[in-house]
Design a protein around this ligand. Structure first.
Ligand SMILES: [Zn+2]
Length: 431
C-alpha cells in the first residue's frame, strides 16, 4: 500500500452556516436507545440476558434516517485482533465489518514535514515489524475503541491516518457535522468496512484504513468504566473511562488561539500554537478564537491525576449558556469583572455536577513521553535515544461531562438547575 504521496494541505474553508450542536441526549433519546436495544437483538445475535447485563453500550447513528438501515443492521462488530490476523481476515466478509470508536486526539504534521513513521505488523507467516517507512499525512485521528462485544478491547486505541491516498473520504457523509462541532474530540463514530490491519504507528497502535466514510454516532447513555492500570508497559498507550468522578479545578485563563473552528474542540492549544495546525478543516469568521484553559485534577483509585492545560469548547458549554461571541477580545476577559463572574459560575457548576453524580472522565495514558514526541518529529532524528521521563505515566484528559446525563436534558429538573447557574455570555462587555 502506498502512503507516500505528497499531501495537499490546502484547507477548504467555505463557511457553512449552521446552528450549534451539542451532544445533548434527551430523555427521549435514552428511551429510543433502550427500545432499539430490543429490536437490535436479532441482528446482533445477542441473547436477552446479555442485552440486560450490558444494555447501554449499543450506539445509534446521529442521522435518524440510518436507524434500521441495511448499513446499520447487516454489519457486525469486528475486533482489532481479528483484523490483524491473516487467517481470520481471509474467512470474513470485510464489507460487513465495523468498529465503533471515540475520537480522542487530532494530530497534524509540522508545516515543514508531513511525514510520520509507520511499522509493519508481524504477521503469522513472517514479516518484520522492525521495518518502517516514512509516510506523508495530513491528519492523524487517535481513537479509543468503544466495543459492544469485544469487551477486552475497551482500553485499546487505533489511528486513522488521513492522507491523499488513505482514508481521504472519512468525512464525506458528515461535512456539516465535521465543521459545526457535532463531530469533535470526544465524539463517537463508526468505521465501516475497515481493511485488514498491516501497519502500526509507534507505541504499537494499529493503523486502520477504510475506503468508506465514517458514520457519526450518538454518545451512549453510559460508558463502561475502564480504570487506569499502573501495570501499563513502557511505551504502551491505553484509554480510560472513569465515571462518577469529583472534578477539582484550580485555575482558568482566557487565551487567544489561531482556531475559530470546532473539530479540534480547542484542545491541546500549546501543541498547535507554533508551526502546526489545530486540525480543523474550516475556520469561521463569525466564531470566536478564544479558549478558556483550566488546571484540573481528579482523585482516582491510583492517586491524583492532573491536567494543567485542559481546554474544551464542549466543556465550556457546561458553564456558559453559549459560546463566547466572535467580537469579544481576550483583553475583555483577562481581568474584567465579567471574568470573575465566569469564574464564580465555574465553581458553582462544578459543585452542582460533583454533587449530582459527578463527572465522566475520558482520556488516555502512557508510560514515557518519548514516543509521543517522536510521532511527529523530523524522521531523521533518532528520538529513541532521547531518554526522557520514560518511567513516568502521562495522563491526557480529553472529555468531561456529567455522568448523570439527565443534567444535560434542559427539560429535567436537574437540567433546569444547571441552566440557571450558567453564565450568559452576552453580559461580557466588548473591550
Ligand atoms: Zn481548531
Amino acid at each position: 500500500m502506498n502512503f507516500d504521496d505528497e499531501d495537499n494541505s490546502t484547507i477548504n474553508s467555505s463557511p457553512i452556516m449552521n446552528g450549534e450542536s451539542a451532544e445533548t441526549l434527551t430523555t427521549n433519546d435514552i428511551n429510543n436507545n433502550q427500545s432499539r436495544i430490543r429490536t437490535n437483538n436479532e441482528t446482533n445475535s445477542i441473547t436477552q440476558t446479555q442485552a440486560t447485563t450490558r444494555p447501554r453500550l449499543i450506539i445509534e447513528p446521529l442521522d435518524t434516517n440510518l436507524v434500521g438501515s441495511r448499513m446499520m443492521t447487516r454489519m457486525k462488530e469486528v475486533s482489532l485482533d481479528a483484523l490483524m490476523c491473516e487467517d481470520k481476515v481471509q474467512e470474513m466478509n470485510l464489507n460487513r465489518n465495523y468498529i465503533d470508536v471515540q475520537l480522542i486526539r487530532l494530530i497534524t504534521p509540522e508545516q515543514k514535514d508531513h511525514r510520520a513513521s509507520i511499522y509493519n505488523i508481524r504477521r503469522r507467516n513472517g514479516g518484520n515489524n522492525n521495518s518502517n517507512q516514512q509516510v506523508h499525512f495530513s491528519r492523524l485521528l487517535l481513537c479509543r475503541l468503544h466495543p459492544e462485544k469485544n469487551q477486552n478491547e475497551h482500553t485499546r486505541l487505533l489511528y486513522l491516518m488521513e492522507a491523499k491516498n488513505s482514508n481521504n473520504v472519512l468525512f464525506e457523509r458528515n461535512l456539516e457535522y465535521r465543521d459545526d462541532g457535532t463531530i469533535s474530540i470526544g465524539s463517537f463514530f463508526r468505521i465501516l468496512a475497515p481493511l485488514p490491519i498491516v501497519n502500526s504507528m509507534r507505541n504499537d497502535i494499529p493503523l486502520v484504513k477504510t475506503q468508506l466514510p465514517i458514520v457519526a454516532m450518538k454518545r451512549p447513555v453510559t460508558l463502561t468504566s475502564t480504570p487506569i492500570s499502573l501495570q501499563i508497559p513502557e511505551n504502551m498507550s491505553m484509554a480510560f473511562v472513569l465515571n462518577g468522578q469529583t472534578l477539582h479545578l484550580n485555575r482558568t485563563v482566557p487565551l487567544q488561539t489561531t482556531c475559530s473552528g470546532m473539530l479540534c474542540d480547542r484542545q491541546r492549544i500549546s501543541e498547535w500554537s507554533g508551526n502546526r495546525r489545530c486540525g480543523c478543516y474550516s475556520m469561521f469568521q463569525y466564531r470566536s478564537n478564544l479558549a478558556l484553559e483550566h488546571s484540573i485534577c481528579i482523585d482516582t483509585q491510583i492517586g491524583r491525576i492532573s491536567h494543567q492545560d485542559f481546554s474544551s469548547l464542549k466543556f465550556d458549554l457546561l458553564y456558559l449558556k453559549s459560546h463566547i461571541p466572535a467580537n469579544i477580545k481576550v483583553s475583555a476577559l483577562r481581568t474584567s469583572d465579567e471574568f470573575w463572574d465566569i469564574e464564580d459560575t465555574i465553581e458553582k457548576v462544578l459543585k452542582f455536577i460533583n454533587g449530582n453524580g459527578g463527572f465522566t472522565v475520558v482520556g488516555w495514558y502512557k508510560r514515557g513521553e518519548i514516543k509521543d514526541r517522536s510521532l511527529t518529529d523530523a524522521p531523521n532524528v533518532d528520538s529513541d535515544n532521547m531518554n526522557i521521563g520514560a518511567g513516568k505515566v502521562n495522563y491526557h484528559i480529553v472529555q468531561l461531562y456529567p455522568t448523570n446525563q439527565t443534567i444535560l436534558d434542559p427539560k429535567s429538573t436537574l437540567g433546569k438547575g444547571l441552566d440557571e447557574l450558567k453564565y450568559d455570555v452576552s453580559r461580557i462587555r466588548r473591550v
